[in-house]
Design a protein around this ligand. Sequence first.
Ligand code: DQA
Length: 141
Amino acid sequence: MLEIAIINGPNLNLLGKREPDVYGHASFEEFLVQLKKDFPSVNFTYFQSNIEGEIVQAIQSHGFNKAGIILNPAAYTHTSVAIGDAVAAIKTPVIEVHISNVHAREDFRKISHVSAKSVGSIVGLGLKGYALATEWFIANS
Ligand code: DQA
C-alpha cells in the first residue's frame, strides 16, 4: 500500500461550518471517507491541528517513512518559518494544497513559506486538490 499522510492546519477542523462560500459544505471527515473509497490502493493517515508546533511534529514524524505528504498548513502557510523549515528538513515529498485560490484573496495569502520547499502546489480547486495530489503520488511512486 502507498502510504500518504494528510496534514491540515488551523481551522480546517471547521470545514463545512466555516465560511462555506469559500471552503464548501463538506467536512474533511466526510470527504476523507470518499477519498479512501476512491483510492483503495492508498493507506491514508490524517492529522489536523490548530497548533503550529504539533504540525511541525507531524511533518517530522511522517517525513522519513511515507511516500508522500499532502499539506495544507492553512493560515500558518503565510506566517510559519518553522513549518517551512520542517518541509525542507524531511525526505518525503510534500504537495501543498489550498482549498481556496489564495492568489485571488488578500495580499497576505500570496506569501507561502512552504511552496518553494514542496514538489508542487494545488490551489483553488476545492477538496479535489487532495485527490489530485494523491494521483500525483500514485503516478510518481
Ligand atoms: C487555506 C487558505 C489560507 O489562506 C487560510 O488561512 C486557510 C485555508 C485554504 O485551504 O484555502 O485557513 O489554506
